[in-house]
Design a protein around this ligand. Structure first.
Ligand SMILES: Cc1cc2nc3c(=O)[nH]c(=O)nc-3n(C[C@H](O)[C@H](O)[C@H](O)COP(=O)(O)O)c2cc1C
Length: 507
């Protein structure tokens, strides 16, 4: 029985000398689009006007919402489009396959998006599922969900939100390929989706709050999920200015029994109890007793010297934020050209935005995750291993000088092309410290945060027309050894970035 994140992470580690061959059974390939046969849908407007601002304009540190903004059906359609959209089509095995605005391990897209509309002009109150394929909302439960949302999330003095977004993951979509290791990807992938949502809400200058803490049972029931197959991993409350109607709409009716059936994505699914066990273990909410420890000091890494990196200057973006979201793809055609310094600092800037928050929210605080990077080919930077201190305005800590890109490519299941990328960003966590502070739920915070920051690297890279690719496949112990981490710390995720073929500096 898996009861701790440490146990789960160890158990799902890859070992070069102990890789059991796994053949993917195409006869039970999961459906990547969730459907609700026979249920009514509400069309979302396709007539979407997108902003032309840059990602760096959205990722400013002093983000402040515009207080008179309202969230209506048109705005909701734009938010959804910028959060999760189909962006490219390919033919695989005689069938159409759609890539999306969100990166996902193995292109398996385990995540789904739901909305509780509490006060959205032109949209009836109720619970909806976002159908990314048809760009519509399926009505799951008409009625006012305010009381369930309040019980599940705890709505504070800020008042009633206009909308609440819920992000779920369907286990079998990823475990079909990755088996027990899939829970890592459920969290990382959902983090990628979460960051797209967060950026689109910021771009709309709306007031919102992300929630990784909520009563799992109430939320899963609210959405009508079959929790042996699909679970909620994150939520976001969004406030608008439209006055609430004086006559309160009736509450939600009873849950229709057929909703849960729709969490099934294949006629023959394989259950991996370990995934359910780690998820259940992470359902308990723990209030940390003491001051939050700084993860960066607990990795077992000795920093030789710290240097503050100046973030002044315009980011070399060549593409607007919406274009970057809609054109983002995983790139593997890296070339060994030097990454110019301003490209490097633009990536750091993207990673450091929101690093310091007033209320020290765990998913973005430095108590769950530390970022490091291997520099292979960056102008003005010795090849080597560095840490990034997000709190201190992007100070970089020099750990050791060495060209480690080839060794890391070897650790990453011999994905040789990785050696050509200029940078490997490393997301690391001391799982022991994480669990002492947050219990197993800390694993959710850390992995979701890593996914969020990974999506940011992708978008920042795309907007500068360089490449990025997330890497979830590595021999875990070899990574620990190569980086010199202590025996409580693990690499959770790696995202590489750098110049790609056909790349040229804008002049
Ligand atoms: C969590 C995660 C892990 C990934 N791991 C790898 C990897 O190990 N190797 C790789 O080549 N791509 C990896 N990818 C990239 C996916 O294969 C890619 O996102 C997916 O095929 C969809 O393609 P797109 O990103 O171009 O839209 C990963 C992506 C994510 C989000």
């Amino acid at each position: 029985m898996i009861e701790s994140a440490w146990d789960y992470h160890r158990r799902t580690s890859y070992d070069r000398h102990d890789m059991t061959g796994h053949y993917m059974d195409w006869s039970c390939q999961p459906n990547v689009f969730k459907t609700y046969p026979g249920r009514e849908t509400a069309a979302l407007t396709q007539d979407i006007v997108l902003s032309q601002e840059n990602l760096s304009d959205i990722l400013i540190d002093n983000y402040a919402p515009v207080l008179d903004s309202e969230i209506d059906a048109v705005r909701l359609a734009r938010i959804l489009h910028m959060t999760h959209a189909l962006t490219a089509k390919a033919r695989h095995g005689g069938l159409d396959f759609y890539y999306r605005s969100v990166a996902s391990a193995g292109a398996l897209y385990p995540f789904e998006l739901y909305i509780a509309a509490l006060n959205v002009p032109n949209l009836d109150v109720g619970i909806y599922h976002h159908n990314v394929f048809s760009r519509s909302l399926t009505i799951l439960r008409p009625g006012n969900a305010l009381s369930e949302v309040s019980r599940a999330i705890g709505i504070e003095e800020e008042g009633q939100p206009a909308t609440v977004f819920f992000l779920t993951s369907i286990f079998f979509r990823s475990s079909w390929k990755y088996r027990e290791r899939a829970y890592r990807y459920h969290l990382l992938d959902t983090g990628h989706l979460m960051e797209n949502l967060c950026l689109s809400l910021k771009s709309e200058r709306l007031r919102f709050k992300l929630h990784y803490d909520f009563e799992d049972r109430i939320v899963n029931e609210l959405l009508g999920l079959d929790t042996t197959r699909e679970v909620c991993l994150a939520a976001a409350c969004v406030w608008g200015t439209a006055p609430f109607p004086t006559d309160r709409p009736p509450g939600l009716g009873n849950l229709a029994p057929d909703l849960g059936v729709c969490s099934r994505v294949s006629t023959r699914e394989i259950d991996y109890p370990v995934i359910r066990e780690i998820h259940t273990a992470a359902s308990a909410l723990i209030e940390p007793k003491e001051e939050l420890p700084e993860m960066i000091e607990r990795l077992g890494i000795v920093v030789q010297s710290w240097t503050e990196v100046s973030m002044i200057g315009k980011s070399p973006e060549e593409m607007s934020y919406p274009d970057a979201v809609l054109q983002r793809r995983s790139m593997r055609n890296f070339v060994r050209d030097k990454m110019p310094w301003d490209y490097f600092t633009a990536l750091l800037k993207a990673l450091c935005s929101d690093a310091v928050t007033k209320d020290n929210e765990p998913w973005i605080s430095n108590s769950v995750l530390s970022i490091g990077f291997l520099s292979g080919n960056v102008e003005g930077l010795k090849p080597g291993f560095y840490l990034l201190d997000r709190k201190n305005h992007a100070a970089i800590g020099f750990v050791r000088e060495s060209f480690m890109m080839e060794e890391m490519a070897h650790v990453c299941l011999d994905q040789a092309w990785l050696a050509n990328s200029a940078l490997h960003f490393l997301f690391m966590s001391n799982l022991n410290m994480l669990e002492q502070t947050w219990g197993p739920r800390g694993y959710r915070y850390a992995m979701l945060s890593a996914g969020r920051l990974g999506q940011r690297i992708y978008l920042a890279a795309t907007s500068m027309r360089i490449g990025a690719c997330g890497i979830g496949a590595f021999y875990d112990d070899e990574a620990v050894k190569l980086l010199g981490l202590n025996n409580q710390t693990n690499l959770l995720y790696l995202v590489c970035a750098g110049p790609i073929r056909k790349w040229s500096l804008p002049r």
